[in-house]
Write a protein that binds this ligand. Structure first.
Ligand SMILES: Nc1ncnc2c1ncn2[C@@H]1O[C@H](COP(=O)(O)OP(=O)(O)OP(=O)(O)O)[C@@H](O)[C@H]1O
Length: 751
């Protein structure tokens, strides 16, 4: 047996023990779950809800244990003094409660990602375990002894890292726990408080880091974050789908993932605005506009208004309305709630217009009766409604868009042309840029609230009772060590109406939920109004914001973090940068950077972790528009080289108007290149999973492919997203970029 063979055998034995323990825990958890279920729906309501709650916790634990099967253990630290520590996806103890696997997020695992030859932190050797299924197939060592002869590279676990970069893409992002680099680890473990902005060029791992940070924070601050929840905001559903396996593979399922378009429960925003309209709607001045629009529904009449009720003459006096409005506003309640104060005040003032025969105020009893009489009277109701109009957020915004005089009154900052662009018939479909405006309106108007408040009071009482009960259950030892749970979490389960209502589900259904932490990806695309809507959801301002201001395609988005965030967060944010690209081969990354710089984009410095042979090819085709046949040929050739049944993805990225024609041509070219059966297999895949696909530049944001055919760069740069779209398109491939063009290439393309 060779030395390496011995080492492999040894590590295999360790890994076998770890998987055996995992299997044991899975079995035990399932056993508990079976026991709880077997007890059935008997006993008191409290017994049942308690059992349901435990069943859910066991289910969660079972799901977590199932999710960590792949690469359960991936690292080993040999520390000074002969201590050996294995690092993995979760922490495991043996039956005697001795730690046998350290969770990658635990402080004890930090050195695995951070130790360097210069700062070894007691680490003598770092070992990466390469596994396939449950077998150890390789090991990679770094000796961190200063006297060691081995020169450490600046990348840690370089072999494992390069292998993962070269692996065929599946269309779903995978976690990077085994190969997190130290600049990434520093961000992942950065403190919870305040807003952390991560700027970095394409492929530097911003998305990966943001997701691992969410998992880390949930681990390090579980008590706080499990109850308040973590919100993850992505640019669109396709992107959320691309990343949706990462957190579960890290054992975390409780994060609410959403987009700006879906931020308000019950509001469906499926429309899209023209870029210029989106730009206008994104401007911060809308906070003032919406406020004015609300104020316009609180209005002193032009003249005193006489009304006759049950034989008495009253006057709705301008002065009274003015005073009652001022008083209701001083309550600082939202408009629809403050209306109660206004109406009560006005009815009192009207009742005071009636005196008894001696000119004295009425007795309290008579006065109450009179007020109810006035309240029920139609004319009074109409007059008071005109003075303080109850209105929904949707109607308020619809009126602004549909009635030019309303918009002119509320938005003097906008010029005639801008206001004309916003014109829309009532009932039109909502767009993503409407959502932050609606959210603002919800804030100022209040929800239609009486019912919600009664429910909230009831829920609070139930929660207090449940907490008391949960403390008793925990004190009695009924919960066991299979699930680690605190009284508050258990109580939340007891108090919820059904067994499956988790924090994430409750948060997703409640517009006013405030989260413990918010993670924003592709954050450069957010408008000032979208930022307001988000910040409202995290009063502590604890956020992780990742993006690249050189990739901004939304006209309302950010070109400069400080300009976007300082007005909102003052100095309560910190900027950090990622500088190494783990996606794009150096030749491609360098070319993309030159093009972006030549066009004046605010590009971050970027060094590619590796280069690949033949990473860039340029094909010039003569003729008017790029020949469809040439593109289809290149796509089919790349498909043949890169697409396998399990992995490998090829994208054609083209100016949006060419996408349909090219998609048809590429489909027709596949059978000849791949064979009928393979072409048919790909043809049957769902559009978002297609291994060979044709997309416009916008749709590729945040995604990646093994190989990309880039069609007519000058055409993409002339499109709505200009050079940013081209920069995004050029930086999608992990292996090869083939450029097909007829027009001249944009400046910077050739060195
Ligand atoms: N430490 C790492 N180990 C292995 N792979 C990594 C590492 N960091 C990043 N990657 C991989 O690099 C690719 C790019 O990562 P990611 O999508 O997070 O980059 P990004 O900065 O968000 O890119 P973009 O700006 O284009 O959205 C992904 O495949 C990711 O898994």
């Amino acid at each position: 047996m060779t030395g390496i063979g011995n080492e492999l055998n040894h590590e295999q034995a360790v890994v076998d023990v770890l998987y055996a323990r995992l299997d044991e825990l899975r079995e035990a958890t399932r056993g508990r779950l079976r026991d709880v279920r077997l007890q059935g729906a008997v006993g008191t309501h409290q017994n049942r809800s308690e059992r349901d709650a435990f069943a859910t916790l066991y289910e969660d634990r079972a799901a977590q244990l199932d999710a960590v099967e792949e690469r359960l253990a991936f690292g080993r630290l040999d520390l000074a003094g002969d201590e050996v520590r294995y690092v993995g996806r979760i922490g495991l103890n043996d039956a005697e409660h001795r730690g046998i696997l350290t969770d990658w997020r635990a402080p004890a695992a930090e050195a695995f990602y951070r130790a360097t030859a210069l700062h070894p932190a007691d680490v003598v050797r770092r070992r990466h375990l390469v596994t396939k299924g449950r077998s150890v197939t390789g090991i990679e060592d770094e000796v961190l002894d200063l006297d060691s002869e081995i020169e450490a590279s600046s990348l840690s676990g370089e072999g494992a890292l390069l292998a993962s970069m070269a692996a065929g893409r599946t269309g779903r992002m995978t976690d990077i726990v085994a190969t997190i680099q130290s600049e990434q680890d520093r961000i992942i473990r950065s403190e919870l408080t305040g807003t952390l902005v991560v700027q970095g060029g394409p492929g530097t791992g911003k998305t990966a880091v943001a997701l691992h940070r969410a998992a880390y924070l949930l681990y390090a601050h579980r008590r706080l974050l499990e109850r308040s929840g973590v919100l993850l905001v992505g640019p669109n559903r396709a992107f959320l789908r691309y990343i949706d396996q990462v957190l579960p593979s890290l054992g975390e399922t409780g994060v609410v993932a959403t987009t700006i378009a879906e931020l308000i429960p019950g509001v469906e925003a499926s429309g899209t605005d023209e870029p210029f309209v989106a730009h206008v709607k994104g401007r911060g001045l809308w906070r003032r506009v919406i406020r004015r629009a609300v104020r316009a529904r609180e209005r002193v009449p032009a003249a005193d208004l006489p009304v006759r009720v049950e034989g008495h003459d009253y006057e709705i006096r301008r002065r009274d309305v003015r005073d009652a409005i001022a008083r209701a506003r001083r309550s600082h309640k939202p408009h629809n709630e403050a209306r109660t104060t206004f109406v009560k005040d006005m009815l009192g003032r009207l009742a005071d217009q009636v005196t008894d025969v001696d000119g004295a105020r009425l007795a309290a009893e008579d006065r109450t009766g009179l007020i109810e009489e006035l309240r029920a009277h139609r004319e009074v109701r109409v007059a008071l409604n005109l003075a303080w109009f109850p209105i929904t957020p949707q109607k308020l915004l619809e009126d602004l868009y549909a009635k030019p005089h309303r918009l002119a009154e509320a938005a003097p900052e906008l010029n005639d042309a801008e206001r004309a662009l916003l014109r829309r018939a009532p009932g039109s479909v909502w767009t993503e840029s409407d959502v932050p405006l609606l959210d603002e309106a919800y804030e100022l108007l209040g929800e239609d609230d009486a019912l919600a408040r009664a429910e909230a009071a009831q829920a609070a009482a139930a929660e207090a009772e449940a907490l008391e009960h949960a403390r008793n259950v925990l004190a009695s030892g009924a919960a066991d060590t299979m699930i680690q749970v605190d009284a508050e979490t258990l109580a939340a389960r007891f108090a919820s109406t059904g067994p499956s209502l988790t924090t994430a589900e409750r948060a997703a259904a409640d517009r006013r939920w405030t989260f413990g932490h918010v993670v924003v990806d592709e954050a450069q695309e957010l408008s000032p109004m979208a930022w307001h809507a988000l910040v409202r959801r995290v009063p502590t301002r604890s956020m992780t914001v990742v993006g690249d201001v050189a990739q901004t395609s939304s006209p309302a988005g950010a070109r400069d973090w400080s300009a976007m965030l300082t007005p909102l967060l003052r100095e309560n944010w910190r900027l950090t940068e990622l500088t190494v690209s783990y996606r794009t081969p150096a030749t491609v990354a360098d070319t993309a950077q030159r093009v972006a710089r030549a066009g004046g984009l605010p590009v971050s410095d970027l060094v590619a972790a590796r280069d690949v042979d033949d990473a860039l090819a340029v094909v010039r085709v003569d003729g008017g528009e790029v020949s469809v046949a040439a593109v289809a040929h290149e796509a089919a050739t790349l498909a043949k080289e890169f697409v396998e049944p399990e992995a490998g993805r090829v994208a054609v990225i083209a100016p949006a108007h060419q996408v349909p024609v090219l998609a048809g041509a590429v489909d027709r070219a596949l059978p000849a290149a791949l064979g009928e059966a393979e072409a048919e297999r790909i043809g049957a895949q769902r559009p978002e999973d297609r291994q060979v696909t044709v997309l416009g530049p916008r749709e590729t944001k945040g995604l990646e492919f093994d190989a990309v055919v880039l069609v007519e760069p000058a055409g993409i740069a002339a499109g709505p997203g200009a050079l940013s779209d081209l920069y995004v398109s050029m930086t999608r491939p992990t292996q090869r970029l083939v450029v097909v063009h007829t027009e001249d290439l944009p400046e910077g393309f050739t060195a």
